[in-house]
Design a protein around this ligand. Structure first.
Ligand code: HQG
Length: 184
């Protein structure tokens, strides 16, 4: 892994899960002070304003955003700490996808998708992305979710600034395991 990638992983840990590791706090909307972040991260990884700008601009999943004058930074999604990143509520397409590990299927088929340590269940707009997400958990398996129907029945969906679909839970009734993978 490149140095910048390691630094980015560490920043993601700080901005989503454990700001206390470098002695900083996030505000209620998930924002961290850029100078404090740089100072804190620099104890472990080389980081300057220029490098941080580069990390944010080049991140392949666009995980981070600055505020307008670049004095604050936050993660766009993926948090385990309860912050309100002002997600946009959006009506989802007919189907969304969730990539997971084969090993979780039994439990998911029983109780549906739950957010576990994060604030939301993460869903993908397309199959290749879902497969990539699932591969992080061993042999991947992709569920198809009848998202539009869920939303019509009152379950809110949100779209993060970096294009990840989020919802609080997915009951078993809206999960499909046996869909036609060739037609999607
Ligand atoms: C599973 C990455 C058993 C769920 C990705 C998942 C994503 C259950 C795992 C983002 C379950 C949680 C999030 C149930 C859900 N029983 N297992 N009832 N319900 N699960 O990492 O969705 O690179 O917290 O299927 O690209 O894998 O970090 O969530 O397998 O967008 O930016 O519990 O993280 O993005 O795992 O990934 P995670 P995820 P970043």
């Amino acid at each position: 892994m490149s140095d910048l990638k390691n630094t980015s992983k560490f920043i993601s840990l700080i901005l989503r899960h454990k700001p206390e590791v470098i002695g900083i706090t996030l505000d209620e909307h998930g924002w961290a002070d850029v100078q404090q972040l740089i100072k804190g991260v620099s104890r472990n990884y080389q980081l300057t304003e220029e490098l941080l700008e580069q990390i944010v601009a080049e991140d392949e999943k666009q995980r981070y955003s600055f505020n307008e004058d670049h004095t604050l930074i936050r993660a766009n999604q993926g948090h385990s700490i309860p912050v309100d990143v002002e997600l946009e509520q959006v009506i989802p397409p007919q189907y969304l996808y969730h990539g997971t590990g084969e090993k979780f299927r039994e439990s998911i088929d029983r109780i549906g998708l739950i957010p576990k340590s994060r604030l939301y269940v993460h869903l993908s707009a397309d199959l290749p992305t879902a497969l990539k997400v699932g591969s992080r958990h061993g042999k991947p398996f992709v569920y198809r979710i009848r998202a539009r129907e869920m939303s019509e029945k009152g379950y809110p969906f949100f779209l993060s600034a970096n294009g990840v679909w989020l919802t609080k839970q997915v009951p078993v009734a809206f999960l499909e395991s046996d869909w036609d993978r060739k037609s999607d």
